[in-house]
Structure formats: C-alpha cells, structure tokens
Design a protein around this ligand. Structure first.
Ligand code: COA
Length: 260
C-alpha cells in the first residue's frame, strides 16, 4: 500500500499532481478524492502555481476508476454521498482559475475518465485506453461522466461508451474529441510539460478570463455568452498584463507577464 495517495511536485510555475496508488491502478477511494480536493484547493490559492498537470503513477494507468472494493459494500445513502464527493471534486477542477491538463498515461476508466474530463485539456499517450465501464458492474457513471461525456463528445459517443462499457483506444478517443492530443507514450511527459510551460508563460488573468468565458458559454445561450465575453474583455483593460502584452508587441519584444 502507498503511504500517500497523491504526490506533488513543482516545476517552476507548473504543479504536477500524481495519483499514487499504483498497486490499485490509482483507483479513487474516498481518501484519494479528499487528497485531490485539498490539493486542487491549495493550487487554486497559490499564486506561484500557474498551471496544474494531473497524472497517474506508473506506466499502466492514469486512474482505473472509482475504487470498486470500497464501493462494493456501500449503502444507497453512502453511494449517493460517494457520488456527491466525486462530483464536488470534478466541479472544483473544472472551475479552477488556472489551466489544468490531464496527462493520460494509461487506463482512464470510469472515475478516471471522469477526472480527465473535468480537466481543461487532455493529452493522451498512444497506449492509453479510456471508457465508462460502470455498466459491467451494474452501475452508472457517478462522478459526472454521463454529463461531461455528452457535452464533450456528443450524444452518440456518450451513449456508446456508457451503454457498452467498452473502452476505446487513444486514436478513437481523439476522433471522438474526448482528448485534445495523442502523442507517443515515450514523449507524453515532455510534450505535456512543453504545453504546461507555454501556458505558465501566458498572462494568468487572461487565461482565467478564457476559462471563465468557455465555462459560462458552454452552459448558456449565445446572447448571454457574448455579453459575458464583453464584460471579461473589458476587465482585461484593468490588468498590467494587458498593458505589458500590447506594449511588448509594439516594442517587438517578448512580454513578461506578472499576473497583475
Ligand atoms: N478499483 C479497485 N481496484 C482496482 C480498480 C478499481 N477501479 N482497477 C484495478 N484495481 C486493482 C485490481 O483489483 C488489482 O488489485 P489486486 O492486485 O489487489 O487484485 C490491481 O488493481 C491491478 O489490476 P488488474 O485487474 O489485476 O490489472 P489488469 O491489467 O489485469 O486489468 C484493468 C487492468 C484496468 C482492465 C482492470 O483492472 C479493470 O477492469 N479495472 C476496473 C475498471 C473499472 O471498471 N473502472 C470503473 C470503476 S467504477
């Protein structure tokens, strides 16, 4: 058994969180959900962190799902509470004020795919497999999978994955728009860190504005979405980073964004 279910490492402004239960393919038990929740809350509050990368320990799995052994004995009320705990975590990640990248290094099944879908961007190794296999357990997705897969990949893909429970490989996941990019497994870490670093160098308040606009726009009508975008756009003119970014362009130099 691992001592701690979550590892944390900072690489400059990029915080890497690694679900660390390799002997259980990083399955999410209640303690791991709690550790993730606390870690994301801390990363949100820490100004030195500009980007979060989330991955799983070992070469085999990102996260192979909610912990089946723990779920096996739950009562209906405990089952609902477990679902609510998972959903709260996913919502926290989705609403993070800084970009979160899922680095999918292997199986992302059930709660693992739900976790990856709550992140803002997903990069998968070509060896990864993703799916919602809860049906094989007499269950349904409980950490938001039915809702996020529907929004991300559409009704046909959501129904196919949830009803059959069959995982799809990384190439198909890309085709279904479940992941943003697929890279050779050997290059996964380097490619993910390259993207994370690029985002870490960008203007944090503008990144936050984009995250907010796209989150709000995904859930409202076009008129409200456009109005929200204009308000956020106007807000950018209150930032030092906007002055720096436009000035740097005019002076033909690289901008240095401070997050103010
Ligand atoms: N919950 C709890 N334990 C899990 C787990 C999960 N979701 N997924 C894997 N594990 C455990 C296994 O029980 C096993 O533990 P053990 O060695 O103590 O018996 C260990 O992780 C290794 O898994 P194993 O099944 O032996 O690996 P495999 O390579 O044969 O198969 C998978 C890999 C991913 C195909 C298989 O583990 C699996 O189907 N996992 C469950 C996926 C799932 O249904 N997720 C949704 C849950 S809601």
């Amino acid at each position: 058994m691992s001592d701690t279910p979550l590892l944390r490492a900072d690489h400059g402004a990029v915080r890497v969180l690694t679900v660390h239960r390799p002997d259980k393919l990083n399955a999410l038990d209640a303690a791991t959900l709690d550790a993730l929740d606390a870690a994301f809350a801390a990363a949100a509050d820490d100004d030195s962190v500009r980007v979060v990368v989330l991955t799983g320990s070992g070469p085999k799995a990102f996260v192979a799902g909610a912990d089946i052994a723990q779920m096996n004995t739950l009562t209906p009320v405990q089952g609902r509470d477990f679902s609510l705990k998972g959903q709260r975590l996913m919502r926290r990640i989705e609403k993070m004020p800084k970009p979160v990248i899922a680095m999918i290094n292997g199986f992302a099944l059930g709660g693992g795919l739900e976790l990856a879908m709550a992140c803002h961007l997903r990069i998968a190794a070509d060896t990864a497999k993703v799916g919602q296999p809860e049906i094989n357990l007499g269950l349904i997705p409980g950490f938001g999978g039915s809702q996020r897969l529907l929004r991300l990949a559409g009704r046909a893909a959501a129904l196919e994955l949830c009803l059959t429970g069959a995982p799809v490989d990384a190439a198909r996941a890309l085709q279904l728009r479940i992941v943003n990019r697929v890279v050779p497994a050997a290059e996964l870490e380097a490619e993910t860190m390259k993207l994370a670093q690029q985002l870490a160098n960008a203007a944090p308040l503008a990144l936050r504005g984009i995250l907010d606009c796209i989150a709000v726009g995904g859930e409202c009508g076009i008129e409200e979405g456009l109005e929200y975008e204009s308000a956020q756009f106007g807000l950018m003119f209150a930032t030092e980073d906007m002055r720096e970014g436009t000035q740097a362009f005019l002076e033909r130099r690289k901008p240095a964004f401070s997050g103010k």
